[in-house]
Design a protein around this ligand. Structure first.
Ligand code: NAP
Length: 289
């Protein structure tokens, strides 16, 4: 197939590398000439341009820009596409994207590959980024079935685990497992920095090991991506943050009242729940509604 990618960064570049390795022709558009040159040099695209006119002959376009740029990108892209062109996106939120893009292009399928790294830009792109990763499609009743099938046919061979859900369920689910962890992890880093004794703070930094490295990792990532999650998934994230604060209040009460029994029960429950939670994911390919 002839594939177009708009936005040649971590996700767009990785998709290009993966799709080309499966025999597809990939054409890319990005804002900077340097990004286009690097995408060609890295083998992420067969050709690249600053002009969306390059998308005129492709069968499928993957929108891989930041979420905030997607609406304006589709408005600018429309005059270059034929009605048969299937449009999909990779944005980390789906409610806003699907609501905004569907009226602009009916042959549109919302999508979200659940894979990433702490790095961004074309240099961070990896051909195997999506191997074993969940790939969520969020078709609505208005989405043409043939368009959904076309995207599935492209991403399934990349060894992704395909899921279907509504845009709203997607946003509530990722609020729990992606957006809330970023806010908690960022809050952990900010709280540690509130230690008032500089000697204790310096000691804590020296002693910090794998536990702190793990729990602070997602809070130390791309600030623009974190702010985008909050802005475009505000309702679901607010709901999850309140639930988290209620949970934290329970822990504070147990500790302040030296209620070690209740604290132990809670930690026993979470120990068991964690393995159950993670066992549910990572299985074989599944398409669920
Ligand atoms: P990224 O590495 O920063 O890449 C985005 C690229 O898009 C930039 O390199 C930029 O290239 C280009 N770009 C920006 N604005 C553009 C515009 N208006 N028109 C054309 N190109 C534009 O970001 P990313 O991590 O790949 O994220 C891209 C999308 O994937 C986002 O929607 C994000 O929500 C989603 N996503 C991210 C992750 C993750 O973990 N990072 C995971 C899943 C999904 P130039 O140098 O040319 O400006």
């Amino acid at each position: 197939m002839k594939i177009g990618i708009v936005g040649l960064g971590l996700i767009g570049g990785s998709l290009g590398l993966a799709l080309r390795s499966h025999g597809h022709t990939v054409l890319g558009v990005s804002r900077q000439a340097q990004t286009c040159q690097r995408a060609i040099a890295r083998g992420a695209v067969d050709d690249a341009s600053l002009s969306l006119a390059l998308m005129a002959t492709v069968d499928v376009v993957f929108l891989c820009t930041p979420v905030a740029a997607m609406q304006a990108t589709v408005v600018a892209l429309k005059p270059h596409l034929v009605p048969e062109t299937v449009l999909t996106d990779v944005g980390s939120v789906k409610g806003w994207v699907v609501k905004t893009i569907t009226p602009l292009w009916s042959n549109f399928v919302g999508g979200h590959p659940m894979a990433g790294t702490a790095d961004s830009g074309i240099e961070a792109a990896q051909p195997d980024l999506f191997v074993n990763a969940a790939y969520v499609l969020t078709p609505t009743e208005a989405t043409p079935i043939a368009a959904v099938q076309r995207i599935e046919d492209l991403v399934r061979p990349l060894q992704t685990r395909l899921y279907h859900c509504t845009p709203e369920d997607h946003d509530r689910a990722v609020a729990w497992i992606s957006h809330l962890p970023v806010m908690i992890s960022a809050s952990l880093i900010a709280a540690c920095r509130e230690e008032t004794d500089p000697a204790v703070l310096a000691l804590a930094q020296k002693l910090a090991s794998s536990g702190f490295r793990d729990t602070s990792r997602v809070g130390g990532g791309n600030p623009e991506l974190g702010a985008m999650m909050a802005q475009y998934n505000q309702a679901a994230l607010t709901r999850s943050l309140h639930a988290y604060r209620d949970q934290l209040n329970k822990v504070i009460t147990h500790v302040e009242h030296a209620d070690w029994r209740s604290l132990t029960v809670l930690l026993e429950q979470t120990q068991q729940a964690r393995s159950e939670f993670l066992r549910e994911g990572g299985g074989s390919e599944a398409v669920t509604e």
